[in-house]
Design a protein around this ligand. Structure first.
Ligand code: IMP
Ligand code: MG
Length: 176
């Protein structure tokens, strides 16, 4: 398989994550903030982001899977791990690695929207241009990226590349 082509450097990611942290700190001051990380891909982003938010906050995780081993979503997101605590009365910020078709974010939005949170918003490190099937509002966006397969900084292809410290394009993803 080809070596991924660098797209966004570790330094540029760190700078942008710092800016997002400042915006979130400003917007959620005095509120009971709950960051909900979407596993597996968001674990690196969430780890860096939460340390740039200068507020008391709670963390919880969901796992949503809609990908097989290849690069196309099967289009049916399924919850494979739910939150461990209630969200009623909390200001919930969903933290995603990448919004591609928007199906996963839309699924989570609807699911968590039924649980009595005071507010619900979405933070995504990446959003792919021209791919939306569901139009979900991304309040906090790291970078808009081209419609290519992205790996690194938590994002995988068939579980590989999550540990790359930068974001890269996998030129010819294959399922082997
Ligand atoms: P969506 O439901 O199509 O928006 O896709 C959301 C999920 O698919 C993300 O949380 C990722 O886990 C995965 N995904 C989508 N595009 C990519 C990509 O380019 N690289 C790695 N994972 C991706
Ligand atoms: Mg993934």
């Amino acid at each position: 398989m080809d070596r991924p082509t660098p797209l966004i450097t570790a330094e540029a990611i760190a700078a942008r994550v710092g800016e997002l942290g400042q915006l979130i700190t400003r917007d959620y001051r005095g509120k009971p903030l709950l960051l909900v990380g979407v596993l597996d891909g968001a674990f690196v982003f969430l780890a860096d982001l939460c340390r740039q938010v200068d507020l008391p906050l709670d963390l919880d995780f969901v796992c949503v899977q809609s990908y097989r081993e290849g690069t196309e979503s099967n289009g049916r997101p399924a919850l494979t791990r739910d939150l461990t605590r209630p969200v009623a009365g909390r200001d919930v910020l969903i933290v995603e690695d990448i919004v591609d078709t928007g199906l996963t974010a839309d699924f989570l939005w609807k699911l968590l929207g039924t649980r009595g949170a005071s507010s619900l918003a979405l933070c995504a490190l990446l959003r792919k241009k021209g791919r939306a099937i569901r139009d979900v509002p991304v309040e906090y966006l790291g970078f808009e990226v081209p419609d290519r397969f992205i790996v690194g900084y938590g994002l995988d292809h068939a579980q590989r590349y999550r540990n790359l410290p930068y974001l890269a394009v996998l030129e010819r993803p294959s399922s082997d």
